[in-house]
Design a protein around this ligand. Sequence first.
Ligand SMILES: [Zn+2]
Length: 440
Amino acid sequence: MAMVVPKARTHLSADALFGLVRNGFAHIPDDRLSEPDMALADALMAAFAMFSLKAPSLLAFDKERAEGNLHTIYGIERVPCDTYMREILDPVSPKGLRPVFKSVFRQLQRGKALEPMVFLDGHYLLALDGTEYFSSQTIHCASCLQKVHRNGAITYFHQMLGAAIIHPDLREVIPLMPEPIVRHDGTAKNDCERNAARRLIAKLRQDHPHLKFIVTEDSLSSNAPHIETLHAHGLHYILGVKAGDHAYLFQQVQAAEHAGRVTYYERHNRSAGLVHRFRFLNDVPLNASHAKVRVNFIEYWEIGQDKVQHFSWVTDLRVNKRNVFHLMRGGRARWKIENETFNTLKNQGYNFEHNYGHGIKNLSVVFATVLMLAFLVDQTQQLCCALFQAVWAKLGSKRLLWERMRALFYDYRLDSMRALFEALFYGFEKSRPLLSIDSS
Ligand SMILES: [Zn+2]
C-alpha cells in the first residue's frame, strides 16, 4: 500500500476556523437597545481569543494584549477592555452560539476529518456527561443553581451537560454545543441533568437529523425514560449499569445464568498479560416497572497480573461474540469525556473553573460555551493539522505550547496563526546558528 502524504487542509487551519467563528458571531442578533459603539461580534471574538490563547485572566489579557495581532489573526476590529467585554456579553443568550458549533462541525465533515472517528457501521460514539464548573457561597447570577444548606447558607453553582464525539483509539474529542444546566427565567426550581439531556438530544437531532450515533453515558443515565428518549430520537446507546442501582436487571441475568442462557466469551492478550472476560445476555427487561424497555446486557472483567477491573453496560445493539469486544471498548471510551474533555479544560491551561467574571445574567454560561468552542477549534487542529502536531511533539506539553504561543503573540507582529506555529516549529532550530554568526 502506497503512503500518501495528506495535503494541508487549509479550510481546517486555525486561521480558516477563526474566520468561520468570527463570521458565525457576526450573525448572532444583537438585542442592545441603544446604538452600540462596539460590535457584539468583536466582544464575542475577544472572549474566544482569550480562551484560544489561554490567557490566564481577563486582566492579564487586557494588559498584554497585542491589538495588532488580535485584529489580524482573530479579526477583531475594536478590542474591548475586559469590563466592557463582560458588560456586552452578560445579556447574550448562550443559545445564539449553537450555529457556530454547527458551522465548525460542517467544516470538519466537508474536510472528511471525522471519518477516522467512525466507531461502528457508520456510527459515531457520542459521550454525554454533566460537569460542575463553578461554585461559590457569595458570587451568583440569575442562572445559578442553588443549594440551600440546613443552616440557611446557600451554595451557588453552575453545571453543564457536555457532549463530545469520541473514539477509543483517538485522543482527540469533538465537542458539540453543550447544554447549560441553569435556573430558567421565572422558575425557582433547579434544572437537572436529566432535563438537560432531553433538551440536548432534541437539539442534537435538529442540528444533525441524519447522523448516526451510539450514545455512551454513565450508570445514572440507565433509566427507562432516558432510554425511551434516546430511542425516540433514533439514537443507539451503550450505558453503564451497576448491580447496586439495577438490582432487578442483575437478578434477571442471574436467573438466566442458572437457566444456561448467558453466553461467556474470553479473549487473551498475552503480550499485555491481560484476559478479557465477558458474559452477555440479549433481551432482558431493564427493571420491573418498565418491563417493555428491554436491553442487551454486557458484563466484563479485565484481568491483569495483579488487578481486576469490572464493568457492566446495557445496549440496544444486539451482542454476540464477534462484537462484544468492540462494544466494550465503546463503553470504556466514555471516560474520555471526563478525562480528555473536562479534565483538559480544568487542568491544561483552559482555566475552565477560573472565574473570568460571573455577570448577573448569562455571562458565566456564555464564557463556558465560548470556551468549549475554542476547545473544539483546538481539537480540530490537534486532529487535522500536521504543523500543530509537530509543534506539540517538539515542545512536549500543551502547557508549554500555550505558553510559547502567548509569548510570540504578545511580542511579535504576526500575519496569521500559521506564521505563529511556523515560528514555534522552525524558530528553535534555525535561529540559533544565525544568532551565533551575529554575535561574532
Ligand atoms: Zn451564576
